[in-house]
Design a binder for this molecule. Structure first.
Ligand code: GDP
Ligand code: GDP
Length: 436
């Protein structure tokens, strides 16, 4: 289920961000914004010819006040660590520079495939100049022009050929989940507390380096879980691991690999803007979600504290209205034993299949009692509904004209479907199709 990861590296100004935007196209699913940083998107889910993959612009990972060469070194190291395939970008305008050679030397250390893209080849005459870049030692350079979109198709063709072949095809029926949240909300404390209460399974599956910190455990009822660790939790050390952008990136990677995402909030500090970014990403990625309010022990409580907090969350995270909320303490272990059960429940809902017969009974009943919308005297007709996918549950509704489906009616239908079936904790998608 984990999509291949492609990382873009290279010295500043060669055009990494331009190429990133080009390759990500309109399919960007999240805008990650940190004030004061020139680039706001460094991570995107995209696809080429039916091959989905995730794209990282390492140039957007700002490593604080480090000197220039340290910055590009660390960005290249991040690429090696995170990616399955690396795009090494250079510029035909300046030719091979010392900084390019520095990046190359770091990339020699990995046996991951490196595709060399020579950017700014704006016209055919410049093509003759790309051969100088053979000296970098990464084989045939591919000429591209990020600003015009020239050559990106060839680049993408080459990249998808390098994708690992079914590397993730391990027999694994465990529920994959992660704790996501700002620094200090208590993610690593939760990880340790949960592992302390359950039987950890020593895995002999050889993972890739970046997956090696996943932990599997089993609860008393025999359910198996894989806890996907976000970097910075148990692997602190390298300079770049403490940078904000890198931790957001790791969080997004963890979300991509999870079935269930536990969005951790800090009861002591309340809700911050930053809490919403990764939660929004998890939602858009279609993952099942549990909202975990940690440090519940720190509050002086009365009989309204919990419902007040809950109301606040519902207000601030309106798009997560389906996500259950649990108030816990990693310190006192309050309600922590409930968490695996809850994760299992939302995971079951996330992979739930509803038979077409039962689904249509519900949908037909809804439209019989609630007239479908009209536009210019034309009424929406709904003929048939069927579930086409799980994780998240996705329904196709065959209609006379998809344009007639009103946002509010679709929302209403979703709510009715949610009322008829238990989809707590999972987003559901509804797609209208014209019946031929
Ligand atoms: P980064 O620092 O490597 O991410 O580089 P940017 O993507 O920010 O691009 C640096 C500069 O190169 C910008 O002024 C871009 O407009 C320019 N640039 C990017 N791609 C091309 C290209 O294909 N041709 C030309 N002529 N300029 C480009
Ligand atoms: P992370 O950065 O999200 O992984 O957060 P940590 O797990 O490192 O926790 C940050 C701080 O909060 C540490 O000092 C923990 O001891 C403390 N902490 C974590 N969970 C709780 C809790 O449930 N209650 C209290 N009072 N402190 C907690």
């Amino acid at each position: 289920m984990a999509n291949p990861v492609v990382a873009i590296v290279g010295r500043p100004n060669v055009g990494k961000s331009t190429i990133f935007n080009r390759l990500a196209g309109e399919r960007i699913s999240i805008v990650e914004d940190t004030p004061g940083v020139t680039r706001d998107r460094i991570y995107a889910r995209t696809e080429w010819l039916g091959h989905p993959f995730n794209l990282i612009d390492t140039g957007g990972i700002d490593i604080g006040d480090e000197p220039f060469l340290t910055q590009i070194t660390e960005q290249a190291e991040i690429a090696i660590e995170e990616a399955d395939v690396i795009i090494f970008v250079v510029s035909v305008k300046e030719g091979v520079t010392d900084a390019d050679e520095k990046v190359a030397r770091i990339l020699y250390r990995t046996d991951k495939p490196v595709v060399l893209a020579v950017n700014k080849v704006d016209n055919p005459e410049l093509r003759a100049d790309i051969y100088d870049f053979y000296s970098l030692g990464f084989g045939e350079p591919i000429p591209v022009a990020g600003t015009h979109g020239i050559g990106t198709g060839d680049l993408l063709d080459k990249i998808i050929k390098e994708f690992p072949k079914d590397a993730t095809n391990e027999e694994d029926d465990s529920i994959k989940f992660s704790f996501i949240g700002r620094p200090n909300v208590g993610k690593s404390s939760l990880v340790n507390a949960i592992l302390g209460e359950n039987r950890v399974i020593v895995s002999n599956i050889e993972g890739t380096t970046r997956d090696a910190i996943d932990t599997r455990f089993e609860t008393e009822d025999g359910t198996k879980y894989t806890m996907i660790d976000t970097a910075g939790i148990r692997k602190k050390g390298k300079v770049y691991e403490n940078t904000e952008k890198y931790s957001v990136l790791r969080a997004m990677r963890a979300i991509d690999r999870s079935d269930v995402v536990c969005v951790v909030l800090n009861a002591e500090e309340g809700i911050r803007e930053q809490d919403k970014h990764v939660a929004g990403y998890a939602h858009e990625a279609g993952r099942a979600i549990v909202i975990v309010v940690n440090k519940w022990d720190t509050l002086k409580k009365d009989n309204k504290t919990m419902s007040d907090f809950e109301n606040l969350i519902r207000q601030e995270f309106q798009y997560l209205s389906y996500a259950p909320i649990v108030f816990v303490s990693a310190k006192t272990k309050q309600r922590l034993d409930k968490l695996p059960e809850l994760i299992k429940r939302v995971n079951d809902n996330h992979e739930q299949r509803i038979s077409s017969a039962i689904l249509n009974d519900v949908v037909m009943d809804v439209i019989a009692h609630n007239p479908t919308p009209t536009d210019n005297g034309k009424r929406l007709r709904i003929y048939y509904a069927t579930q086409v996918a799980i994780k998240p549950p996705t329904f196709v509704i065959f209609v006379n004209d998809p344009e007639l489906m009103h946002f509010s009616y679709e929302r209403f239908l979703e709510n009715q479907i949610r009322e008829a079936f238990d989809f707590e904790g999972t987003p559901i998608h509804i797609i209208e199709r014209r019946r031929k």
